[in-house]
Design a protein around this ligand. Structure first.
Ligand SMILES: C[S@@+](CC[C@H](N)C(=O)[O-])C[C@H]1O[C@@H](n2cnc3c(N)ncnc32)[C@H](O)[C@@H]1O
Length: 246
């Protein structure tokens, strides 16, 4: 299934409302991961990017890319949505970086041209991972890293559509995960642990770590209601994969 047209339409439509709601949180400080804005300094996922060639897959308004550009990375922000890229252009700081409109499953870059490819609920949440992961692996140099944060299968399996919240009751089949129907016929993707391992292994990537970000009990989720409010302190809401091209 080609989810590119519908996903592009969805993000073009919601970009402005999304940035009004979430930019104050996700743009508040550099290097904040995920729904709970956990600092990378605590998780140690990206490391020093100075002088490195970096690609952000699904950069949105560039909250991550502009921070890395300011640190001295040679970063490219890629996104499918022209509205999101326009927001990134408006928010760009003095450290300029290029913005590219493309899909994570069809990367318009030469093989072995980046030291780091990463995203935070970006291209690996909104493009089919069995297509996007091999593309990321292709554009990485030997020794380069693919680092990405996505929703955990726990979080998705416990999402109660009717109540519009995550609860402590399993709501859908773990083995039925993969494509998630979003508004406007768009699609996002949440894989099981086994499927992630197979997709990464099939792209010849080595898994260095799987970080399960654990927010402090009082940390709010900026995106979803949960019952109990400290749900993610008890169960992993996100998977932060640290992988490498050997
Ligand atoms: C939740 S945002 C992630 C960006 C940023 N980290 C944030 O939290 O706002 C998802 C982004 O993925 C982009 N996107 C959707 N489908 C995509 C695809 N197939 N390839 C690349 N980017 C895509 C959307 O346009 C959107 O900007």
């Amino acid at each position: 299934m080609d989810s590119i047209p519908a996903n592009r339409r969805l993000w073009n439509r919601i970009s402005s409302a999304y940035q009004s709601e979430h930019d104050p949180q996700i743009g508040a400080a550099p290097r904040l991961w995920g729904m709970y804005s956990i600092p990378d300094a605590r998780l140690g996922a990206l490391g020093d990017v100075t002088g490195k060639r970096v690609l952000e897959l699904g950069c949105g308004a560039g909250q991550w890319s502009r921070a890395l550009a300011a640190e001295g990375a040679d970063v490219v922000g890629l996104d499918l949505s022209e509205a999101q890229l326009a927001a990134a252009a408006r928010a760009m700081g003095p450290a300029r970086y290029p913005l590219v409109q493309a899909a994570a499953e069809q990367l318009p870059f030469a093989a072995e041209s980046f030291d780091l490819v990463f995203c935070d609920f970006g291209g690996l949440s909104w493009a089919p991972p069995h297509l996007a992961v091999p593309q990321a692996a292709r554009v990485l140099r030997r020794g380069g890293r693919l680092v990405f944060n996505v929703a955990s299968p726990w979080f998705e399996a416990c999402y109660d559509e009717a109540a519009a919240r995550v609860t402590t009751t399993l709501q859908r089949d773990y083995f039925g995960l993969n494509t998630i129907a979003e508004d406007d016929e768009a699609t996002s993707y949440v894989l099981t642990y086994g499927d992630w391992i197979r997709v990464l292994r099939d792209a010849d990537l080595v898994i260095d770590d799987l970080v399960e970000p654990r927010p402090a009990p009082e940390t709010p989720n900026g995106y979803n209601q949960t019952t109990p409010p400290d749900w993610a302190h008890h169960w992993p809401a996100e998977l932060l994969w640290l992988t490498r091209k050997p």
